[in-house]
Design a protein around this ligand. Sequence first.
Ligand SMILES: Cc1cc2nc3c(=O)[nH]c(=O)nc-3n(C[C@H](O)[C@H](O)[C@H](O)COP(=O)(O)O)c2cc1C
Length: 188
Amino acid sequence: MKKIKVLAFAGSLRKDSYNRALINTAKEVSPENMEVEIFDLAGIPLYNQDDELQVPERVKLFRQKISEADAILIATPEYNRSIPGVLKNAIDWASRPSGRNSFNDKAVATIGATGGSIVGTSAAQLHLRQIFSFLNMHPLEGLPLYVSGAEEKIRSGRVVDEETRERIRALVEALGKWAVRLGAGQQG
Ligand SMILES: Cc1cc2nc3c(=O)[nH]c(=O)nc-3n(C[C@H](O)[C@H](O)[C@H](O)COP(=O)(O)O)c2cc1C
C-alpha cells in the first residue's frame, strides 16, 4: 500500500533548535504506513515579487516537495507572539505566484516547543491557522501540542521525554488519518 507522505519543516534555523527536534522525533515515531520527510528552510532567500517568475532552486524544490506530500507538519517557535520571519517567508514563496499556491487543499498539523514554563507557541500556532484559512489548508484540530520546558525534554536534536514522544506519535498518526479523510491515497 502507498505510504502517506508528510512533509515536515521547522520555523527555526538554529543549530540546536527544539522545534527541529520535534520534527526529527515525528519522523522517528511515525507509523509504518506513513513517511515523514524533513525539509530544511535554510537557503530559502527573502521573498521578492520581482523574482517570482525566476524561482530560486531551493524554492522550486520546496514547492515540489509540498506538492508531492499528502500532508504538512509545521513545527514553529513563537517569536514576539507570532511566527518567525523565516517561516512566514517560506510560506509566502510557496503560496505564489497567484493561482499556484502549493499548499492548496493540503492537510496540515502544527506543533511547537519553547524553553521555560510558559505555554510557548500557542499564539504562533494560532497565527498559522489564520494563514491556513487564506491558503485553503485544512488544519488538524483537537490535539494541541505546545511543548514547554524543552530544555528538559530534548537532547541532541531529539525528544527524550516519553510522554512528549507519545503525544507526537499520536499527532502524526492523527494527521495521517486526517489526510486520508481528505482524500489522500485515492488517486495514483
Ligand atoms: C526574536 C525572538 C522572539 C521570541 N518571542 C517569544 C514569544 O513571543 N513567546 C515565546 O514563548 N517565546 C519567545 N521566544 C523564545 C523562543 O520561543 C525560544 O527561543 C525557542 O527555543 C526558539 O525555538 P528553537 O529552539 O526551535 O530555535 C522568542 C525568541 C526570539 C529569538
